[in-house]
Each structure stands twice: as C-alpha cells, then as structure tokens.
Design a protein. Sequence first.
Length: 248
Amino acid sequence: MRTDVQQVADGTYLVHGSNTNWVILTEGDAVTLVDTGYPGDRELLLASLREVGSSPEAVAAVLITHAHNDHLGSAEHLRSTYGTPVYLHEAEVPHARREFLHQVSVGTVLRNGWRPGVLPWALHAIRSGGTTHVPVAAPEPFPTAGTLDLPGRPVPVHTPGHTLGHCAFHLPERGVVISGDALASGHPTSRVKGPQLLPDMFHHERSRAVATLAVFDELEGDLLLPGHGPVHRGPVREAALQARERAA
C-alpha cells in the first residue's frame, strides 16, 4: 500500500494511513510524530517518515492524542527500539499502559453491524490490529504545561469525552489544530462529510465529547488535521460549530 503524505503547511504533514491519520512535524533534522496509526500501519508509518526526508531515529517524541489501538499502534515499537519518549495527557497514561481499555467493544460493533460501513470497517480494523494488545510500557505525561519544546511547538489541549485523557494539539505559529478523534472530518462508518463527531459508539462519554467541542472555539487556526478524514481548511471554531450542530 502506498503512503499518502500531504504537506499542509511548512514542516507540517498529514498522513492518511489505513482509515486513521497521523501528523509529522519537522524542524531542521528533528521530527515530532503525532499518533502512529494501527499496529498494521507500521510499514506505512516508517515509509511516511522516509517520504518527508526523515527517519525513526530523528523522532524527538511521539505525542498520542488518545490510546486507542488505531492511534497507539507503533508507539511502543518506537519507544523500545529507538528510545523515543511517548507523551500523553496524564489521564491517558494509564490507558496507554492498558490498566484499563476504553475502546468500542466487539459486541457493540456487532450490534451496530446493520449500519452502513460498520462491518467493512470492523473487518479492516481486526486485520490491522485493532483488537491486539499493544500497551506502551513506559508512557509519560507531558513534560511541561503549555508549549512543548519539540518540533512544531505543539500545545496540548485537553479535549475529554472520546476518552478521559484525549488531547488535541494546537500549533499557533502554523495556524494548525491537530484534533485527533475529538473532531473529525469523515470516517468509513459515517455518511457525513465535513466536520463532525465520530459515531456515538466510539465515544467513552458522548455527552462530554459534544461539550468539549467548545474548547475548539478558543483555538486560532485555519487548518484542522483530524484523526479521521481529510484536512479541513477554514476557521477551526467554525468547524467545531458545524460539528456541534450536527451532533445536536
């Protein structure tokens, strides 16, 4: 499978893996990697680093929006193989260690199997390692409050609901918001195109996921890089408003 790497701003790349996105932020020879796709996306992940002229050895840190398998997939591989630190919100650290798992269950997926796109998505997820055990042995909370001293100068923004410790990342200098699964622009199980919440079955607390969309109102930027779906161009606050209206 060919990598789909899209440069959306200087030093900023949105990569479409197999149903899940990750983001590469470059600054000189160093890289910040935001999310890592499914476990089965590893070769795509490594290929995407090569495509932007980098390598896993150059990754200064892995930032994880949330510890679902389709975002956490290769985090432990990078940590254990290259010594790359893996950072998450403090509430998401035990989730990454798999002290608990807040992820849609097989039973819930089967009960929703009549919905368009659900069974093909589920089959792909299973084949890609969506149900495998991929804990991070030593995940770490963000090392400082506010702006992180990493390529892209990302600012973690707590956006709970999809999971307890879900985080978006704001790049004010680049006008970019990396929204993870707190705000999507598409999904194989959704018939909606454009800014939206993921379907209800994917959220740990759906009502909180809706409420947390208000957080995006305060983030300046006109490039939204979601965990699922294409890049969305336009004020991020307007994208969040559209998603809230659709979720009502």
